[in-house]
Design a protein around this ligand. Structure first.
Ligand SMILES: Cc1cc2nc3c(=O)[nH]c(=O)nc-3n(C[C@H](O)[C@H](O)[C@H](O)COP(=O)(O)OP(=O)(O)OC[C@H]3O[C@@H](n4cnc5c(N)ncnc54)[C@H](O)[C@@H]3O)c2cc1C
Length: 289
C-alpha cells in the first residue's frame, strides 16, 4: 500500500471543494484494506473512505486523516449473478452489463462507485427503485474481520444501510447482484431516456447531488426548499441550484464554510428536512451533521 502525504482532495470530489489529506492511499486489494486500517491506528488518525466523492465534501485546509479511495473494480458475470468490486464506477457497470443483456438501467445517472451506492442505498427517489433491489450479498471488513452479509443483514432503507449506521469504519469490498435480463437495445433506449430526463431536471457539474433526504412521508426536499423561497440562495461561492432546489452548486470559489452556511440556513428555514444526505467531512476527519 502506497501512502502519499498532503494530497489535494479538491480534485477528488465532484463539488471541487476541499483541502488536502494528511495521508492518502488507494486500496487495490483486501490486504491493502487491512494495511490501511493498521496504518490509521498507528498514526492515530481516522480512516475516511472514498468511492468517487460524488456525495462527499471535504473541509478546506488539512484533513487530519487517512483518506482511502477504493480502487478495485473487477466484475465477474455468471448468468444473472454479477459480483462487482466496490470501486467499480456504476455508470460503466450499467453500460457493460447492458451489452450482455443485463438490466441495471434504473440506476442510470447516479454518479459514483458500487461501494458508495451500497453504503447509501443509492437509487431513484423515495418511491422508486434503489440498488438494494438487486443485492444478494455484500462482503465487507467489519471490526477487523471479513464478513459476507446477506441482503437482510444489510438493513437497507431509503438512502440508509447497516454499513452507514456504524460508527467504526466498515469497508465494503465486493457486492453480488442478481440482475434481470432484457434485450440490450431496449436497455440502451431506457438508459438514454433516463439520462435525458436528468439533463433536463438536474445540474451535474460541481455539485454533490441531493443535499437533503426526502421527509419520512416521501415529500421531496426540493419542494420544501423551494416553498421556503431558498431556490437560488447563495453564500460565497455556493448556491442552491435554480434548476433543482435540493442541489448545491459551487458557482466559483466555493468553500466548505459556504456549503455549511447554506445547509444551516436550509435546516433553519425548513426544519422538517433536517436529515442531510451529503457527507460533509470536517478537518479532523469526523462527519459534520
Ligand atoms: C449529479 C449528481 C446526481 C446524483 N443523483 C443521485 C441519485 O439519483 N440517487 C442517489 O442515491 N444519489 C445520487 N447522487 C449522489 C451520489 O451519486 C451517490 O451518493 C453515490 O452513491 C456516491 O457514490 P461515491 O462512490 O461517489 O461515494 P462517495 O461520495 O465517495 O462516498 C459516499 C459515502 O460512502 C462511503 N463509502 C464509499 N465507498 C465505500 C466503501 N467501499 N465502503 C464503505 N463506505 C464507503 C464514504 O465513506 C462516504 O461516507 C448524485 C450525485 C451527483 C453529483
Amino acid at each position: 500500500m502506497d501512502v502519499r502525504e498532503h494530497e489535494s482532495l479538491k480534485t477528488k470530489t465532484t463539488m471541487r471543494i476541499g483541502g488536502t489529506a494528511r495521508y492518502f492511499t488507494e486500496l487495490k486489494s483486501q490486504s491493502d484494506v487491512e494495511e490501511a486500517l493498521a496504518f490509521a491506528n498507528e498514526k492515530k488518525v481516522p480512516l475516511v473512505l472514498l468511492g468517487s466523492g460524488a456525495n462527499t465534501v471535504f473541509a478546506d485546509g488539512e484533513i487530519n486523516a487517512l483518506v482511502a479511495r477504493i480502487a478495485a473494480s473487477e466484475v465477474k458475470v455468471d448468468d444473472q449473478r454479477v459480483t462487482v468490486d466496490a470501486g467499480k464506477n456504476l455508470a460503466m457497470l450499467i453500460n457493460e452489463l447492458a451489452e450482455q443483456g443485463l438490466d441495471l438501467s434504473s440506476l442510470t445517472g447516479i454518479p459514483g462507485t458500487m461501494g458508495g451506492a451500497i453504503f447509501g442505498n443509492a437509487g431513484q427517489g423515495p418511491k422508486g427503485i434503489w440498488i438494494d433491489a438487486f443485492v444478494i450479498s455484500v462482503t465487507a471488513l467489519v471490526n477487523g474481520e471479513w464478513k459476507t452479509f446477506s441482503k437482510k443483514q444489510c438493513e437497507f432503507r431509503y438512502r440508509e444501510s447497516w454499513f452507514k449506521d456504524q460508527t467504526e469504519p466498515v469497508i465494503i469490498w465486493s457486492v453480488t447482484l442478481e440482475v434481470p435480463k432484457k434485450d440490450p437495445a431496449e436497455i440502451k433506449v431506457e438508459v438514454l431516456r433516463l439520462l435525458q430526463k436528468r439533463i433536463e431536471t438536474q445540474p451535474h457539474v460541481k455539485t454533490a447531488g441531493s443535499c437533503f433526504k426526502a421527509t419520512a412521508d416521501g415529500t421531496p426536499a426540493w419542494q420544501l426548499i423551494d416553498k421556503a423561497g431558498l431556490r437560488g440562495y447563495k453564500v460565497g461561492g455556493v448556491e442552491v441550484s435554480e434548476k433543482h432546489a435540493n442541489f448545491l452548486l459551487n458557482v466559483g470559489g466555493g468553500t466548505f464554510a459556504d456549503v455549511v452556511a447554506v445547509t444551516e440556513k436550509i435546516k433553519e428555514e425548513v426544519p422538517e428536512i433536517a436529515s442531510i444526505e451529503m457527507r460533509l467531512i470536517n478537518g479532523d476527519g469526523s462527519l459534520s451533521d
